[in-house]
Design a protein around this ligand. Structure first.
Ligand SMILES: NC(=O)c1ccc[n+]([C@@H]2O[C@H](COP(=O)([O-])OP(=O)(O)OC[C@H]3O[C@@H](n4cnc5c(N)ncnc54)[C@H](OP(=O)(O)O)[C@@H]3O)[C@@H](O)[C@H]2O)c1
Length: 246
């Protein structure tokens, strides 16, 4: 999948990593970039179309599908991360609503367009999907769930020619962890590495120095081998027409 001449949708595009992904897609010659935002604002590049898109709103998702039309690359970037300690179930609900069900809802809605284009889905997750960060446990749970969602979608959508990639960044220098006094990577650099990974067909993209430490052991590891082994089980189940995620 190349980005040049493609139509790309980025959710959570108004700031942070989402905004950097919009700029990176433009630099790579995207034909059109749809910038999903809760509060749309204009962009100087005429290839950018701001789209009102709260990923927890079924009505806004549907309106976005109708206004956007053809789509090659969906980047599910919108996310929330708030500190909690698992005492309040509402915190878990809040993270799941955006990071899991938002990603699922947007993906499901754009699937017909992505199937037509034999496109790509890029879910921006986090290293916290693989190893929890106990300051933000609800966030980690939601990203781990979205990781599992992505693994299943990868297998279920393969027959339609739609690829599923996950980005697993470590700390990125955005508002999300503004107060964390730890080394962080610039969002522009992370955005570049994510789109490099998509273009190289990487299933898991480790787009910064911290996450890159995990890449080699992940790719050659037992868990990835088991994922492939489990994927083959699908062939043992008969299906009428296209599989799942209608
Ligand atoms: N920063 C990190 O260290 C880090 C590390 C690993 C992964 N990530 C992931 O990277 C992605 C981008 O995060 P970031 O670092 O750029 O954080 P950020 O600066 O806090 O930006 C979050 C973005 O998500 C949007 N958003 C939140 N809830 C939304 C909703 N219901 N509907 C639509 N958009 C919504 C925000 O929009 P508003 O402006 O309207 O709030 C904002 O555009 C997230 O998925 C995050 O989990 C970040």
């Amino acid at each position: 999948m190349t980005i040049a001449d493609r139509a790309v949708l980025v959710t959570g595009a108004n700031r942070g990593l989402g905004r950097a992904l919009v700029e990176e897609a433009l630099q790579r010659g995207a034909k059109r970039v749809y910038a999903g935002m809760r509060t749309p604002s204009p962009h100087p590049d005429e290839r950018v179309t701001p789209v009102r898109l709260d990923v927890t709103s079924a009505a806004q998702i549907q309106a976005a599908v109708e206004s956007i039309g053809p789509l090659d690359v969906l980047i599910n970037n919108a996310g929330v991360s708030l500190p909690d300690d698992l005492t309040d179930p509402a915190a878990l609900d809040q993270h799941l609503a955006v990071n899991l069900f938002g990603t699922y809802g947007v993906t499901r809605a754009f699937l017909p367009a992505l199937t037509r284009s034999r496109g790509a889905i890029v879910n921006v997750l986090s290293l916290a999907a693989l190893a929890t960060v106990p300051i933000t446990p609800s966030y980690a749970i939601s990203k781990a769930a979205a990781f599992s969602l992505s693994q299943s979608l990868r297998v279920l959508l393969a027959g339609r020619g739609v690829t599923v990639h996950v980005a697993l960044p470590g700390p990125v220098d955005t508002d999300m962890i503004r107060d964390w006094d730890i080394p962080k990577t610039a969002p522009e650099s992370v955005a570049r590495a994510i789109l490099d990974g998509v273009q190289q067909g990487e299933e898991e993209i480790f787009p910064d120095p911290l996450s890159a430490q995990v890449a080699e052991s992940w790719r050659g590891g037992a868990v990835k081998a088991l994922e492939r082994q489990n994927a083959a089980l699908l062939q043992t189940v008969p299906a009428d027409g296209e599989r799942g995620v209608a």
